[in-house]
Design a protein around this ligand. Sequence first.
Ligand SMILES: NC(=O)c1ccc[n+]([C@@H]2O[C@H](COP(=O)([O-])OP(=O)(O)OC[C@H]3O[C@@H](n4cnc5c(N)ncnc54)[C@H](O)[C@@H]3O)[C@@H](O)[C@H]2O)c1
Ligand SMILES: [Zn+2]
Ligand SMILES: [Zn+2]
Length: 447
Amino acid sequence: MAMSQAAYAAEKAIGHDDNAVTSQDITNPALDRERYGDSSVKMKALAWMGKNTVKVVECPKPKVVEEKDVILKVTGSTVCGSDLHLLHGVVVQLQKGDILGHEFCGVVDDVGSGVTNVKKGDRVVASFQIACGNCYFCKQKLSSQCEKTNSNTIENAMYGGRTAGMFGYSHFTGGFAGGQAEYVRVPYGDVNLLKLPDDVPDEKGLYLSDVLATSWNAVVDTGVNEGDVVAIWGAGPIGQMCVDFAFVQGAKRVIVIDSNWRLDYIKEKYPKAETLDYSKLPRGESVTSKLKEMVDGRGPDVAIECVAGEYAKGWAHYFEILLGFETDTSEIVNEMITSVRNFGRCGITGVYVGFTNHFNIGSLMERGIRLIGNGQAPVHLYWENLLKMIQEGKIDPLKMVSHRVRIDDLEKVYEKFEKKEDGMQKVYVETKFSAPPCTGSPGLTTY
Ligand SMILES: NC(=O)c1ccc[n+]([C@@H]2O[C@H](COP(=O)([O-])OP(=O)(O)OC[C@H]3O[C@@H](n4cnc5c(N)ncnc54)[C@H](O)[C@@H]3O)[C@@H](O)[C@H]2O)c1
Ligand SMILES: [Zn+2]
Ligand SMILES: [Zn+2]
């Protein structure tokens, strides 16, 4: 049994906690066709089938299970860097057949008897996290840390606290079917859905689910101030929107670090941004030495991690991860710590799962570096304001969107997104319920 499934077997043996106010482990309506599904309607969905394998499957449409549920007809979803951690089995406790996808928008198709804020026909976007709306954290809109939607015992023991439940993000975060599907069940629909106004098309509203809120959180939570020099590791969609938001917050210079064509993509969208391709550094140069050279010999004020702990750079960490001596590499975090100026700030938004070796605690302590875990981003804290920014034209999520694809082609899209092929930055995944592409949206690519 692979690691991911073994971890779930352990969870089942220990048993869940009793804190959750919504059912756990409904990761596919086919798990109980009578209780969770409407077998008269079939739908397509993208399911995890084992390490490095996903598949478009057919299963029953989900139905209302609890009174606060909303069933959405999905009109748009996407693939995220986080889905790659699931694909690779790095985020544990996935089971064969679990439906993935934590970023989606759609039209309300059915509501439970306890739902009051949305009604059939409303066009909405969901947050990637499932919040109850009423606990200690939800009252402060810190929705990603809701205490009542995830009862996973191993996560609690390992982290000393839990995150909220999340769509399509393994049993480790509650076990909820995701939205890379034609329909999806949204628990606590009143809390976890935001209505999209007529002037915001799905192709822009969708990204309020995650990317926009996550990048905004990375920038404001780490703390970008007027005149700062900001370095961003990772030129994927999250890193790209961090560039946008760092400039919005008054950064003087933004430097993006990666090793592929994505740097050119960013440069094209933000000519003011500078880039550093670490694969092209001459012998003897490092990201840190280059950043010192680029920024007054001292280094940037702020560093933001938009990569993830699973991507080791050198052989040492590659083997340590492979052999199970650590779950995450410390290379990028160390680079950030040594690169920023003394008393600089480093924020981690890329996903880290567990433990790391060779962490440069000395530099952190001696030079007064502020290392900030940005957390799974609390979408509810920001999404109304970000929606307003889209309406006012202050941000344009379509800058990230390189492809429009069909749900039928998702297996291929995962492969391309993982290998960074075809210039794929962020996709918009349409279903048979989607409207025609809005102005500015890329045309349909089929695989
Ligand atoms: N905290 C949150 O709430 C949250 C939400 C969404 C996504 N995330 C995470 O943010 C991260 C980025 O997401 P994404 O969708 O942009 O992912 P992505 O996989 O598309 O992009 C990651 C980029 O990092 C680059 N990279 C790899 N190794 C690097 C290194 N050593 N130095 C610099 N760059 C390197 C890759 O080439 C790639 O372009 C992922 O880990 C994702 O899971 C976090
Ligand atoms: Zn995501
Ligand atoms: Zn809550």
